[in-house]
Design a protein around this ligand. Structure first.
Ligand code: G3P
Ligand code: CA
Length: 269
């Protein structure tokens, strides 16, 4: 009987490990297939089984939170407007679907509310703030009105944004984004700086969300040993995703959530 209970215990532990597996975060929604940062790309990511969706946000001239990656609308709408200097009603006239595929014609720049509306129970929305910390009171209001505060994570390259977000919403996880530096002569990627760990801990920030290439075994070990979250972007290569999973990262941001998950699983991930 004791042997049987041991066997059951081991199976339950193994299932627990699988459940605690790396979170797959759809970068700008399912942006390999659908136009980035649109309701369509977020909806497709959920349909494809992503654990989470990441979107980029700015504050428009009339203080609405709009979902778009670039400072201007040129690349995705073909019309050059500065997002922060334009009223949301004017931004909403633009078509940000057609540049990807004619079948997406008519997709508008979403309000953050629309993306939050579509987040299914148990799933997470990573909101990347692309502007400065003046957005924070508006962001808090939108998150609170959504009733989905426990499903939101705030990320930003701007340290004041993640620091300020933790100050006004201590219960909402916030991660500091960082890119990978390159050697000036060889152009090779350099390992991330472990000094970031102290900086985020000092300001009660929950962890780091870093470009994948600078994540060495040593860096991952130190971040995890400090009890911080460790997330990476943007990984579309299954071998690289498996390397990062083995290093213990908590989440992988990818343009291809379903494809990457399948590739990882069929290669032992
Ligand atoms: O998730 C972080 C990642 O999205 C940062 O890069 O340029 O795609 O916003 P970017
Ligand atoms: Ca982003």
């Amino acid at each position: 009987m004791r042997v049987l209970w041991c066997a059951v215990f081991l199976v339950v532990c193994a299932m627990g490990c699988v459940e605690k597996d790396v979170e797959i975060i759809a970068h700008r929604g399912a942006s390999y297939l659908a136009p980035e940062n649109t309701v369509a790309s977020a909806a497709l990511a959920w349909e494809l089984g992503a654990d989470a969706v990441e979107v980029d946000v700015y504050l428009s001239k009339d203080n609405r939170i709009v979902v778009i990656h670039d400072k201007t609308t040129k690349r995705t709408a073909g019309v050059d407007l500065d997002v922060a200097q334009t009223a949301s009603a004017d931004l909403r006239q633009l078509d940000v679907g057609r540049f990807k595929d004619a079948k997406y014609a008519g997709e508008k720049i979403p309000f953050l509310e629309e993306i939050l509306d579509g987040v299914p129970p148990g799933k997470t929305l990573y909101v990347e703030v692309k502007c400065d910390d003046r957005i924070l009171p508006y962001l808090q209001a939108v998150i609170d009105a959504s009733g989905k505060r426990r499903q939101v994570v705030v990320i930003s390259f701007n340290f004041d944004v993640v620091k300020g977000s933790k100050q006004i919403m201590p219960d909402v996880p916030a991660y500091w984004l960082a890119g990978t530096r390159r050697d000036k002569e060889t152009e090779e990627y350099l390992p991330h700086d472990p000094a970031w760990i102290g900086q985020v801990k000092e300001h009660h920030i929950d962890g780091l969300d870093v470009h994948y290439a600078g994540v060495t075994e040593e860096f991952a070990r130190e971040v995890l040993a400090a009890g911080l979250g460790l997330y990476v972007w943007t990984v579309n290569d299954p071998a690289e995703a498996l390397r990062l999973q083995r290093l213990g990262v908590h989440g992988i941001t990818t343009d291809r959530p379903a494809w990457l998950k399948t590739q990882m699983q069929s290669n032992g991930g």
